[in-house]
Design a protein around this ligand. Structure first.
Ligand SMILES: Cc1cc2nc3c(=O)[nH]c(=O)nc-3n(C[C@H](O)[C@H](O)[C@H](O)COP(=O)(O)OP(=O)(O)OC[C@H]3O[C@@H](n4cnc5c(N)ncnc54)[C@H](O)[C@@H]3O)c2cc1C
Length: 309
């Protein structure tokens, strides 16, 4: 049966179709197992074929963007892992609006806006990942969030027969590192509304953001940025620091000595070691301060039930 659906996809998809593909190199933590099948659809017909196969065989599926906010289990990911890298075009529309594909890197989008004298995303310079991942998690930095710039999002829901929909910004319900887009939805593209601005000034702001990041994020190893969201009152790094957890290790995973809300892979860490460390930090902070930190990174695959985060 398995061979049958894999064969159908690999024969008929225009994009890449890679059975048993290692995912670690596609993440910023550089850990994790294989995808049963990794696909990179190239156009809407590919998406329709994928949806048909997913529905007919009731297959699990998951979307991987730039891998900068995920922890993938060493046991790998069952079913189909979809990368939207083939959907990466940027088109200028009237009145400082841009249409951008989900697979476009956020870095390229930010640069495009700056070069065209458009304001609204320049503070996000240096945030890794794709536009799709940024929209789903409402990525933000330096007082800007991508959700503020979204006019609408093209959403593909493989499980539904009416699979393609257009969501307004209101329907996306953006909040701090959150949107209403769930694991049932795939961002295909979005229309963003930027503001007219001076290109030289925008370039300066972008350079400042990049310089700040080079200094603040020099944490000494592969990482996934902030592991925990900031709680409603206070900052996650301060609570972690207050509990004396800076530098704490599980195997080759370590709470960064430079930035207490980052966990680094010091070399050869496993996803399970990182998971265990996230769990230990979360439970220690809860015990000492009463605050249960919510992970910002998303856990993919199974990690054992004894230490649920
Ligand atoms: C050094 C470093 C610094 C960082 N700094 C910041 C920061 O300042 N601000 C900030 O907000 N984040 C920051 N991050 C976190 C991360 O870069 C962002 O969350 C980013 O937007 C994730 O995008 P991605 O494409 O890598 O998503 P992934 O990590 O691949 O995926 C994240 C989630 O989004 C989903 N997803 C991805 N693409 C799609 C799609 N097309 N459709 C539907 N779902 C999708 C995935 O299924 C997953 O659930 C940082 C990370 C690192 C490593």
């Amino acid at each position: 049966m398995k061979e049958h659906w894999q064969k159908t996809l690999c024969q008929q998809l225009a994009g890449d179709c890679l059975p048993n593909e290692p995912l670690a190199a596609l993440t910023t933590w550089k850990v994790g197992g294989c995808a049963e099948l990794l696909v990179r659809p190239r156009h809407e017909q590919d998406l329709s074929l994928l949806a048909e196969v997913i529905r007919d065989h009731e297959l699990p599926w998951w979307v991987l963007g730039g891998g900068s906010n995920v922890l993938i289990s060493e046991r790998g990911v069952a079913g189909i892992v979809i990368q939207m890298s083939g959907f990466d075009a940027i088109t200028s529309l009237a009145e400082n609006r841009l249409r951008v594909g989900a697979g476009c890197s956020l870095a390229r989008l930010v640069r495009y806006g700056v070069e065209h004298g458009q304001q609204g995303l320049e503070a996000l310079a240096g945030v890794p990942g794709t536009v799709g991942g940024a929209i789903v998690g409402n990525a933000g930095a330096g007082g800007q969030e991508i959700g503020e710039r979204v006019e609408n999002v093209s959403v593909w829901t493989p499980s539904q027969r009416e699979a393609f929909q257009c969501w307004s910004r209101q329907e996306c319900r953006f909040a701090y590192r959150h949107s209403a887009l769930s694991s049932d939805h795939v961002v295909v593209a979005a229309t963003l509304k930027l503001l007219p601005a001076d290109a030289v000034e925008m370039r300066q702001r972008m350079e400042q953001a990049l310089a700040h990041r080079r200094q603040a994020h020099a944490v000494g190893g592969p990482n996934a940025g902030s592991v925990f969201k900031n709680p409603p009152a206070g900052q996650a790094w301060k609570l972690i620091d207050q509990c004396g957890l800076r530098g704490m290790k599980v195997g080759n995973a370590q709470v960064s000595p430079q930035h207490a809300n980052f966990i680094i892979n010091t070399g050869g860490a496993t996803a399970e070691e990182i998971y265990q460390l996230i769990h230990d930090v979360q439970s220690t902070v809860a015990r000492h301060t009463g605050v249960v930190l919510e992970p910002e990174v998303r856990m993919i695959g199974s990690f054992g039930e004894e230490h649920e985060i």
